[in-house]
Design a protein around this ligand. Sequence first.
Ligand code: NAD
Ligand code: ZN
Length: 351
Amino acid sequence: MKSARLVEFGQPLRWEEKADPTPNDHEVLLEVISCGVCHSDLHLRDGYYQMGGTEKLFVKDRGVKLPLTPGHEVVGKIIKKGSKVSSVQEGDVKLVYPWIGCGACEECDLENPQLCSVPRSLGIYQDGGYSDRILVPDAKWLLDIYDLSPEYACSYACAGLTAYGALKKAIPLKKNDSLVIIGAGGLGMFASQLVGFLTEAKVIFLDLEGSRLEKLKELGFYTVNSSRSDIAEEVKKVSGSLGVSSVIDFVNNTTTSSLGFSLLKKNGKLISVGLFGGELKIPTPILSLRSLTIRGSYTGSPSELKELLQLVSKNKIRPVPVEIRNFREADFALNDLSSGKILGRVVLSEK
Ligand code: NAD
Ligand code: ZN
């Protein structure tokens, strides 16, 4: 197998070749057809998250071990399976659910492996899909992609699922309510695809990049450039003077989180998703007096991913912008994502 691997934090990925693994028991070996490049892979390559000020949360202290093949948005074709696998066949094309847990804790029992306290996620704690092969520990983590093409389907495992999970936390919203979505990158673009199926509320996207906002404006969304000094006034032109009912923050740094919090009307919700890092300082009386909610959101469960794939396939939801690049360009793709050159998602493939 040939893989782009993280050998040292803060350094470029290295190309490695070794023999294909042999799947045992419940394991399945897939030939990777496509693998999305997520901003989380960039945090992983950096080796830390910003915690506000100069403090850092190091991924090695969260159990990430190197060398590691990143990539958690994977569609592949089954080429070999262990002796105990009967639910899938060689040749099947499947989406990998990457947010695998220990299988023994309370959250795993509740079928929320994404919230497992000893996570084993593929592409983070175990080798992922920046490779031509991926070994999946159990066939139960493989999902149908229905009539979706592998290049578009792969990013539902993270960007799509995370956007869906955040939107579900932001609703219910009435037609006259407003929802602000901060960040129109990969996650934001997937949210733009899905939001109309979950609410009729007015949706306002905020980003620093004018070109992304133009794309969203063409799709009928309200947009505000968050480099403006009068963001709150611009948002209120849409929401009305009381503020917005929900904010989803796909950036979630010090600036955007406090902006998001300040935009909420009474009883409003701030859904924190991004890992750009920072800290949110809030005056505690405001939280109680305005009856506000702040909650985090981390990816989603296998059943939510299945529900999402069915929703997308059944409703023929239009794809987000996807740029296909060769696996060997994984490191360049991360650099371009870091410098804001990507619209939508980059997907790695052999093509
Ligand atoms: P991306 O790089 O594709 O998009 C980020 C977007 O945020 C870009 O459009 C950028 O211009 C915009 N942005 C940056 N700073 C901004 C600011 N101050 N104001 C407004 N917009 C700003 O990244 P992505 O793949 O969409 O991921 C977004 C974040 O979410 C990353 O930190 C990623 O690690 C995290 N993430 C979290 C989860 C989760 O489950 N919580 C899952 C996946 C990704
Ligand atoms: Zn991701």
